[in-house]
Design a protein around this ligand. Structure first.
Ligand SMILES: NC(=O)c1ccc[n+]([C@@H]2O[C@H](COP(=O)([O-])OP(=O)(O)OC[C@H]3O[C@@H](n4cnc5c(N)ncnc54)[C@H](OP(=O)(O)O)[C@@H]3O)[C@@H](O)[C@H]2O)c1
Length: 164
């Protein structure tokens, strides 16, 4: 099972200047709960924005650069290679961004774990459109903002509609 995990605003915005658009501790916990113990695949820019390997997960980072090296991560040259390695480690594989990698992996993904943040923010990176002919929302749990989480948001699960 290949699952994309993303937090996006109301216009599918996900990032600006290689950073996230919000600080939502409840969403970070959700992300950690979903992905811990499983391999995570990300683009080189997302890795650099996080700045260090995510603990308790094999970090697989995709880059076209041949001479780029960082300690504690697995660097691969293509999405195919990333998924191949990840599947050797575990059946559950998570793709964690960013925009460029999401665009190239929607086709090979079975499930979307979306945090829909009720915000409309300036951004330079976006999540692809979730086509309701391809994806069906199967679960939604919403939370109201509080002193630590400045926006309302919903955790949504989408599953790919299987063509007979
Ligand atoms: N809200 C969220 O859930 C979320 C999640 C993740 C990231 N983000 C945000 O998204 C932004 C980063 O996204 P991004 O789209 O700019 O970059 P990205 O997808 O993280 O990384 C793009 C890089 O990945 C490598 N790459 C992409 N496709 C490849 C391929 N087919 N083969 C080999 N290498 C490939 C290239 O690295 P090289 O240039 O090294 O070749 C490319 O520059 C940041 O603002 C980040 O905070 C948001």
């Amino acid at each position: 099972m290949v699952t994309i995990v993303v937090a996006m605003g109301e216009k599918n915005e996900i990032g600006s200047n290689n950073q996230l658009l919000w600080h939502l501790p409840k969403d970070l916990k959700h992300f950690k709960d979903l992905t811990s113990g499983h391999p995570v695949i990300m683009g080189r820019k997302t890795y650099e924005s996080i700045g260090k390997p995510l603990p308790n997960r094999t970090n697989i980072v995709i880059s076209r650069q041949k001479d780029w090296f960082e300690e504690g991560i697995l660097i691969v040259g293509s999405i195919k290679e990333a998924v191949k390695f990840a599947r050797k480690i575990d059946e559950e594989v998570f793709i964690i961004g960013g925009g460029n990698i999401y665009e190239q992996t929607m086709d090979i993904t079975d499930k979307l774990e979306v945090t829909l943040v009720k915000a409309d923010l300036e951004a330079d990176t976006f999540f692809p459109e979730i086509d309701n002919k391809i994806w069906m929302k199967t679960q939604e749990v919403c939370h109201e903002k509080d002193e630590k989480n400045p926006y309302d948001f919903c955790f949504q699960t989408y599953e790919k509609i299987k063509s007979e």
